[in-house]
Structures are given as C-alpha cells and as structure tokens.
Design a protein around this ligand. Structure first.
Ligand SMILES: [Zn+2]
Ligand SMILES: [Zn+2]
Length: 328
C-alpha cells in the first residue's frame, strides 16, 4: 500500500514536470491566446467545420477496421475452434451483453461512433484533435530519432505509459470509474467486447491519447503500424483464446488471460493489468498479475444488460453526474 502511494507521488511529479515543460514550450502561444482571445476565432471556426466533416462515411476507415476484426476472428477460430469462438456466440444473438458489444462494433466500423462521441460529450474529445492539428502546437521530438524502428519503439512505449495511467486513473477516480465501468459491465468476453466503450470514455481517451502526437509529431507510417498492431491485439485479448501466452505474455505483450483477470468480478483481481498492450509498465509499477482462476466476468453488482440499450447508455451519464455531485 505504502509502496503504491510512493509510486503515485513519483509519477505525479513526472506528470507535473511534463506539464511544466509543455507550458514553457508553448508559453508564447498561450500568452497570445490569453491576451487576445480573438486570435482563437479562426481556430474555433475550423473545428466547428471539421465536426460536420465527421458525418462523412469513410470507406477507408471501414475497410481497415473490418480487416482487423476479420483477422482477429480468424485467429480466434484457428486457436479455439468454431464451437468455442466469439463469432458463433454472436451469431446466436441471444445474449444481452454481446448485443451491446455488437451495437458498439457497428458504430465503430461505420464511423458513427466518432460523430456520436463528439455530439454526446459536447465536443470535449474533439477539442484534442483540434489542438493537435495546429502546427505551432507540435513539439516534433520524433524528428530527432532518425531510425524508423527506434522511433516506433519510443512512440509505442510513451503511448503505452500514457494509456497505462489513463486506465489506472479510470479505476481509482470515482467519477471516471463510473464511465469506465461500462466497459467492465460486459458479462461475457468476446472479441468485439473491445468496442464496448462509452462515448464519454472515448472522448476522455482521445483527449489524453493525442499527447504522443503533440510531443513526437508521430509520422503517419509509425502511427498506422502502431494502430493496426494495437487494434488487433486489443481484439485478441478480449477473445475466447484465454491463453497466458507463456513467456511472451509474461514479458512482452499482455495476454488474453491477463486481460481476463482485469475483467474479473472477483475483488481479489481488482486493480491489476492496466496495460492493454505491453507488459512493461504493469511490471514496473507492480500491478502485473498472471495465472488466476477467473470464474466470473463483469461487475460485482451490475446495473447493466437488463433494461436494454438506451437505459444502459443513460445509466453511465446518471452515475457520472451522481459521482461528480456526491457529498464527500
Ligand atoms: Zn479497466
Ligand atoms: Zn477490456
């Protein structure tokens, strides 16, 4: 307990230092905006215009996501066989938890999720895209790394560190947990459970996950490789594979078993395996857990998967507002 408190203090100091560097680097722009708010007008109007563009149906996006899902489902079938795979369960279409996953999967591949996330969270997540698309906001540290693979490794490690802390805070901060527990309300793990993320959580994630773009500039090729690998991996760790992947799952990538432990309803398994990709950060922070028997997936007391889709979506808003205004 004491150790984890020490860890949190250490990391809060590092995050504080990162914010200080950021403010120092952009002091001119921040001061200009402070002194002359008018200078923000073109920036804001461009953002509003771009939100409308989000309505466009994007074939390229559909194809990439669809290809990744097909690849993940195929690997799963080859691994566990047709009888045990998530696709078979999905085709039966009799499970409320998986129906919700399917709804979010359809939203994601048709690009509607992005648009709904902007509208249903009043643009919070989209603001981040706006910030990153401004040239003067780029620190472009990636330009100092000439070897593309090294650049990929550095960007991945850095992105993973941010994802680790976003996920850890999502479990420890009450209001954030009210949003994140929508993902944990899945009572069955299936490959596309990965897509079960509430609009508010998606907006929050986007807000923090643009940080690597600001810091490194992240060339498109590096990002595309990282995106395809992590999306495929994220689908596999939610699948029926249930393997711990041996040494590979212990020291390299988070295994389906490790993520299953993260989704366990057993209190003894809470607060482990926050990373969704590399094991390194969980190992360094002492939150890695392997080989536990997971009997039940989901929440201890689960208000979800009972009254239908709209009720479930609303429950997250209601619980979030409740947590924000809760008397201490
Ligand atoms: Zn979680
Ligand atoms: Zn998950």
């Amino acid at each position: 307990m004491l150790q984890s408190k020490k860890n949190i203090t250490r990391w809060l100091l590092i995050i504080g230092l990162a914010i200080a560097i950021f403010v120092f680097h952009f002091q001119e722009h921040l001061l200009a905006a402070w002194n002359n708010p008018e200078s923000l007008k073109p920036f804001i109007s461009k953002r509003i215009h771009n939100v409308i563009d989000l309505l466009d149906f994007n074939w390229k996006h559909l194809f990439t996501d669809f290809f990744i899902v097909v690849a993940a489902l195929t690997i799963e079938i080859l691994w566990v066989g047709w009888e045990n795979c998530s696709l078979k369960k999905l085709l039966h279409f009799n499970n409320k938890s998986l129906k919700m996953d399917l709804f979010f999967f359809v939203l994601a591949v048709t690009n509607s999720f992005k648009f709904l996330s902007v509208v249903l969270t009043f643009g919070i997540g989209y603001l981040a895209f706006g910030i990153v698309s401004v040239d003067s906001m780029q620190m472009n540290l990636g330009a100092y790394i000439s070897w593309p693979w090294l650049q990929f490794i550095v960007v991945s490690l850095y992105s993973e560190l941010i994802s680790y802390w976003i996920h850890r805070f999502a479990h420890s901060v009450k209001w954030w947990w009210m949003v994140h527990r929508f993902h944990h309300s899945a009572e069955e793990m299936g490959t596309i459970t990965y897509y079960r993320v509430h609009f508010i959580e998606n907006a929050l994630n986007q807000f923090f996950k643009v940080i690597p773009f600001i810091v490194f500039g992240m060339p498109l090729e590096s990002y595309l490789i990282y995106y395809i690998i992590t999306e495929l991996h994220n689908l596999l760790i939610h699948s029926e594979i249930k393997s711990d992947w041996g040494w590979f799952g212990r020291y390299v990538l988070i295994s389906p078993m490790a993520h299953r432990i993260h989704h366990s309803a057993d209190a003894a398994h809470y607060n482990y395996n926050f990373s969704n990709f590399l094991t390194v950060w969980d190992r360094l922070m002492g939150t890695f857990k392997e080989n536990a028997v997971v009997e039940k997936i989901g929440l201890d007391e689960n208000p979800y998967n009972q009254k239908g889709l709209f009720s479930d979506l609303w429950t997250t808003y209601k619980d979030l507002i409740g947590a924000v205004f809760e008397k201490k």
